[in-house]
Design a protein around this ligand. Structure first.
Ligand SMILES: Cc1cc2nc3c(=O)[nH]c(=O)nc-3n(C[C@H](O)[C@H](O)[C@H](O)COP(=O)(O)OP(=O)(O)OC[C@H]3O[C@@H](n4cnc5c(N)ncnc54)[C@H](O)[C@@H]3O)c2cc1C
Length: 418
């Protein structure tokens, strides 16, 4: 029988990696199992922003209406490919039900707990491990081309103010002074000081090396396909290369979690929300700080040696194609907000699947049916930001220590079918 202090984490994205980090710190024997290469999922080509102000979930009656209106527009920021898919239909119904103000507040409270702690946890992690992944705290500009939308954003700022996060409204000239890479179409911007950035592929590279040094076993190119259970517990994970035994199991498989949980006999509403990014050398006249192009739902993140444009949300199942008009839409959006010298030639085009839950909250909970299984998945558009808090919380659930944040918003029971 496997020792109780041995843990297998399935999935080596940022969530699995930070969970491994905090568990090995507590003395557990950790194995990370990955179907592909370490950190090659959504955690690789994303925009690397830690934005504590992103407390509001996507759920809102306004977004619902926009989403429906955009449904047949190929280059819209949100695209739902019309198809017969009962899981997607069920997810959309749940999304709509979570657009009520009571649900939005519940989601915001849970999101705020993870997001507001993120910068502090990253700082402590960097100080302790002396790692380099282009970490900076420069704040972020939320730029608008429309005066109406700029003013309407006041309601978002009023909402986040309830959580002690306030931005500064900048008129056009003040926004251009602060960020000269912005172009003439700008109506103004909101500046949020409490935003940080990192280069995700560098973070994942550093995490891999650190975990290996600390004795975490990393098994790549091995896919978990099912579980062997006995008396209400999982005794082994079945993979395409044989069985692996452990005392406890963590499922951190991002957008693939629904597939794997089907093997455990329960369904979780996580849909793959495809996003795209393009990366180039950093232009000398490019943005000096992260800029959100709000109407277009595109963001630009500058690093010492690069600039990445990222965005778009496509509900198209597990379709891994890089679609040209979606990539072009990123560029077209950025050109509306930045002046024309702010670009270089593209070096990499990428897409990844965000693990989207219908209420904007991740699932971080122990299974009630299989006592030695914890799910840590569904981090939506904020997995890089929420990863340290999630990893720490899972390690506290495993060790039985008091949790550093209230875990109740992330419970599986809210989906009533577990
Ligand atoms: C364009 C874009 C921009 C983004 N920008 C930001 C941002 O600025 N800030 C932010 O906080 N978040 C951002 N995100 C969201 C963030 O990338 C995700 O929330 C986060 O990466 C999810 O991490 P994860 O570990 O859950 O999933 P993943 O990184 O996808 O990892 C899951 C891993 O599990 C593995 N796996 C799956 N099934 C199995 C199996 N059966 N057996 C073994 N292994 C398996 C996969 O191969 C994968 O490596 C962005 C996402 C996109 C697409």
């Amino acid at each position: 029988m496997a020792k109780t202090n041995s843990i297998i984490i399935i999935g080596s994205g940022v969530i699995g990696a930070f969970t491994a980090y905090y568990l090995q710190k507590k003395g557990y024997t950790v194995t990370l199992l990955e179907k592909d290469r370490f950190g090659c999922g959504a955690s690789r080509g994303n925009c690397g922003l830690i934005v504590p102000g992103h407390i509001l979930p996507l759920n809102s009656p306004g977004n619902l209406i926009k989403g429906l209106a955009w449904m047949f527009k190929k280059d819209a920021p949100l695209l739902i490919k019309p198809r017969v898919d009962p899981d997607l239909f069920n997810w959309l119904i749940r999304f709509a039900l979570n657009c009520r103000s009571k649900n939005i507040m519940t989601s915001a409270i849970g999101r705020a707990a993870l997001l507001k702690g993120a910068i502090g946890l990253y700082r402590a992690f960097i100080a302790e491990e002396s790692l380099k992944f282009d970490w900076e705290i420069l704040g972020a500009l939320h730029a608008f081309c429309s005066f109406d939308e700029l003013e309407n954003y006041q309601s978002v700022d009023d909402f986040t103010a309830q959580f002690n996060i306030r931005g500064n409204l900048l008129k056009r000239d003040d926004a251009l002074n602060m960020e000269p890479a912005l172009g003439n179409n700008i109506a103004g911007a909101w500046f949020y000081q409490q935003s940080a950035q990192l280069r995700p592929e560098a973070l994942m590279g550093e995490l891999r090396q650190l975990l290996a040094q600390k004795g975490v076993e990393i098994i790549e190119q091995t896919k978990a396909t099912g579980f062997r259970t006995k008396s209400g517990r999982v005794v082994a994970v079945i993979t395409d290369k044989g069985e692996l035994q452990a005392g406890q199991f963590v499922v951190a498989t991002g957008a693939w979690t629904t597939q794997l949980c089907n093997a455990l006999g329960f369904r979780l509403p996580i849909q793959p929300g495809k996003g795209y990014s393009v990366t180039m050398q950093r232009p000398s006249d490019g943005p000096s700080m992260p800029c959100f192009f709000e109407e277009a739902k595109v963001v630009a993140t500058p690093w010492a040696n690069g600039l990445r444009l990222g965005g778009t949300m496509e509900f198209a199942g597990y379709d891994a194609h890089l679609t040209r008009y979606r990539l072009d839409a990123l560029f077209a959006a950025a050109k509306r907000y930045l002046h024309r010298k702010a670009f270089h030639e593209i070096e990499e085009e990428w897409c990844g699947w965000r693990p989207m839950t219908p209420d904007g909250l991740p699932i971080i909970d122990r299974s009630s049916r299989l006592k030695n299984v914890i799910i840590a998945a569904g981090h939506n558009m904020e997995g890089i930001s929420m990863a340290p808090g999630t990893g720490k919380l899972v390690s506290e659930m495993v060790s039985g220590e008091p949790p550093h944040i209230d875990p109740s918003p992330y419970g599986i029971a809210r989906f009533h079918n577990f």
